[in-house]
Design a protein around this ligand. Structure first.
Ligand SMILES: Nc1ncnc2c1ncn2[C@@H]1O[C@H](COP(=O)(O)OP(=O)(O)OP(=O)(O)O)[C@@H](O)[C@H]1O
Length: 268
């Protein structure tokens, strides 16, 4: 059961309207719309080249769309870089893990946002390693990531645990949204399930999650709603509780035209 059956009652956290992005002759986004609601896991699925990555890059500041509008909490935004999106509270975890293997878990969690000790004159410039370590332990416990020592190097972890660190890092700093691009792609069954559980925990902490995935069983296991990208647009937003995987594939491939989709398949 979705914890939020009344999705249409929940506020929009991110809304995009009519996004267009061209690369020379190729139109990657051709008037794409997008809506992420508070407290949900929204899966984004689509065939290769459907425009999923371009959409997510536009939302996370990695590309600037040629036209269209993006709203964050109802305010119009125009991110010129991923740093700007991050400052606005949107954290993105890419498939090619942004972790530093030789650094410890605690160091990775605070990379770029280290806590410094403060004194009478404000920040002293010294890193507050103890506080970062304690905060790391607390985060990882809260997210139920079973890693014993935060001082071990990330390169000593399994693929799933590394992905766990990357997700935890994003979740720890995101104030609004966590976007994940294929977080379970390179993982085995057990590790993949661990990361799915972690994504649920992130949502249950109150952060909405956008999850790009080609893995249909994972999408159906975890998503509250499914955004289907096709030919640079949003073909539909489907309700995973009301459809089968082959229904979703039919919409994704165009075998089922958007205008023919039964109303009960659609998420609200
Ligand atoms: N930097 C780029 N330069 C030129 N063309 C690009 C660029 N990025 C994306 N494209 C093209 O835009 C279209 C949409 O690509 P995009 O990566 O957004 O799709 P996708 O749904 O994420 O695909 P995949 O599942 O294969 O990753 C494709 O035809 C792709 O070749």
């Amino acid at each position: 059961m979705s914890p939020h059956p009344e999705h249409n009652a929940l506020p929009l956290v991110i809304q995009a309207k009519g996004l267009v992005k061209r690369y020379g002759q190729v139109t990657a986004l051709d008037g794409a719309d997008f809506e992420l609601r508070a407290g949900e896991i929204l899966a984004v699925i689509g065939d290769n080249g459907a425009g999923k990555s371009s959409l997510i890059k536009a939302l996370s500041g990695a590309i600037t769309p040629d036209s269209g509008d993006i709203f964050l909490d109802g305010q119009s935004v125009c991110f010129k870089s991923p740093i700007e999106a991050r400052r606005a509270g949107i954290e993105t975890v890419y498939q090619d893990l942004a972790v530093a293997p030789a650094m410890t878990i605690a160091e990775n969690l605070f990379m770029g946002r280290e806590i410094r000790r403060t004194g009478l004159l404000g920040s002293l410039g010294f890193l507050d390693k103890k506080r970062m370590l304690n905060d790391s332990i607390a985060y990882m416990q809260e997210l139920k990531i079973g890693i014993r020592s935060m001082t071990q190097a990330v390169e000593t972890l399994s693929g799933g645990q590394r992905q766990g660190v990357a997700v935890a890092r994003a979740a720890a700093f995101a104030r609004h949204v966590v976007i994940m691009d294929e977080p379970t792609a390179a993982l085995g069954v057990k590790e993949g399930n661990m990361v799915l559980e972690l994504i649920r925990n992130v949502r249950d902490r109150g952060l909405p999650v956008v999850l790009i995935s080609h893995n249909m069983p994972h999408v159906f296991e975890i998503a509250d709603r499914i955004h289907v990208a096709r030919l640079g647009r949003r073909a539909a937003v489907l309700n995973p509780k009301a459809i089968t995987m082959s229904d979703a594939v039919a919409v994704m491939t165009g075998a089922m035209k958007p205008e023919d989709i039964p109303a009960e398949w659609l998420a609200h």
